[in-house]
Design a protein around this ligand. Structure first.
Ligand SMILES: *Cc1c(COP(=O)(O)O)cnc(C)c1O
Length: 394
């Protein structure tokens, strides 16, 4: 049994490249070249140097003493919240911008929901002096005004997607349309382990620096490279894929993926794909997503904009189906409780997305003293308005 992608771009039954004919050339070019480029020494040298001096890697692996005392485990936090721009997303955009340059592309497009991937893309485009257009649903442009301002300050054009529900899936459709119209000069930076092959594998590789560092840091702190558990939240699944990557074939390491169940699994307002979804083709790959009887995408819901996606990447569909990862889900209310807990116990205000992972420490049922690594995918500054609204006068 392997959990790695096969040469056709599949994880078991999931993955592949289901794309309109107009995109064949772009996708084929990527499929043929991506591994050669990103595995070259010259690419790795430039990427390592940027990850270190620009992103701020390695991020610390922090032993959370008070949280550990509370749950009876040895809990370590992987501090992706300390990355430049405040989350793990920049690990991927750095990798993809370096790839785009080597493919001779001069223009970058991206989709964004909450604006976090848009900001990470706008950031690396400013850094590399490439023209950047970000598609964002009109509703999200209103909801996420500070991130729209950040992108514009960085020199990016933000284009509203005005079709459908005017949210992330519509922005993704607009970005695909743009790519079809501009196949020669444009690279599309997808923000999670989703989309047609090779995007899921490419993004997983760029995020795998997270688990690579965990192994090294845990060896220094615990005398062994492998923890008993790794926990991460899943929207599309890129931070989880990065945190799991170098443990996939170590079956002694239990992988725990936490989805957002929103107002609750049975409320109809949820983003818990493994519970509410079925197999089908979404955004170019075969995976699990929430759909109606006739296969139309069902609008997801979560208080956290970064987890508000109707599907999961094909690697996670496979980890779910094989049972290699355990999938749990956390409600809005549970995530908010975890925000408060981490803030008060450790002096760290997490992103709402990351708080979903922390909220399941109480349901882990692991032996006392287990070594548990939780991926702290981002910081909570962007969610402060939500926290003030939800917690009221504290
Ligand atoms: C975007 C985001 C996520 C969700 O995306 P994944 O691809 O599932 O990692 C999680 N946490 C933070 C902080 C984010 O910005």
């Amino acid at each position: 049994m392997t959990y790695q992608i096969d040469e056709r771009g599949y994880y078991g039954a999931f993955g592949g490249a289901y794309i309109p004919e107009m995109l064949y050339q772009n996708i084929e070019e990527l499929q043929e070249k991506y591994l050669k480029i990103i595995e070259s020494e010259e690419f790795q040298t430039e990427m390592q140097s940027l990850l270190q001096d620009y992103v701020g890697r390695p991020t610390p692996l922090y032993f959370a003493k008070r949280l550990s005392e509370k749950y009876g485990y040895k809990i370590y936090l992987k501090r992706e919240d300390l990355c430049h721009t405040g989350a793990h997303k920049i690990n991927n955009t750095i990798g993809q911008i370096l790839l785009a340059k080597r493919l001779g592309k001069t223009r970058i497009i991206a989709e964004t929901g909450a604006g976090q991937h848009g900001v990470a893309t706008a950031t690396v485009c400013a850094l590399m002096n490439l023209k950047c257009v970000v598609y964002m649903g009109e509703v999200d442009i209103d909801r996420q005004a500070p991130n729209v301002k950040r992108m514009r300050l960085l020199g990016t054009e933000v284009h509203p997607a005005i079709s459908g529900s005017k949210t992330l899936k519509d922005a993704t459709n607009e970005a695909m349309r743009d790519w079809i119209a501009n196949p020669v000069d444009t690279h599309y930076i997808i923000g999670s382990v989703v989309g047609p092959h090779p995007f899921p594998d490419m993004v997983a590789r760029f995020q795998s620096v997270i688990s690579k560092e965990i192994r090294k840091q845990l060896k220094e702190k615990e005398g062994r490279e492998t923890p008993d558990y790794v926990m991460a939240c899943v929207g599309g699944g890129s931070n989880a894929a990065g945190a799991f990557y170098h443990f996939l074939d170590d079956e002694s390491v239990k992988l725990v993926a936490v989805e957002a169940s929103g107002k609750g699994i049975d409320s109809g307002l949820t983003a818990a794909t493994t519970v509410a979804g079925k197999p089908g083709v979404l955004h170019g790959s075969k995976t699990l997503f929430m759909q109606t009887e006739d296969g139309q995408v069902v609008e997801p819901y979560s208080i956290s904009a970064g987890l508000d996606y109707p599907g999961i990447g094909p690697i996670h569909a496979w980890l779910f189906e094989t049972g290699r990862a355990q999938f749990l889900s956390a409600t809005d209310a549970e995530a908010l409780e975890a925000v408060m807990e981490l803030s008060r116990l450790e002096g760290i205000i997490p992103a709402l997305e990351s708080a979903h992972a922390f909220s399941k420490l109480k349901d882990l049922n692991a032996p006392k003293g287990s070594v548990v690594v939780v991926n702290l995918s981002g910081r909570g500054d962007k969610d402060l308005d939500t926290y003030i609204r939800e917690f009221g006068e504290i």
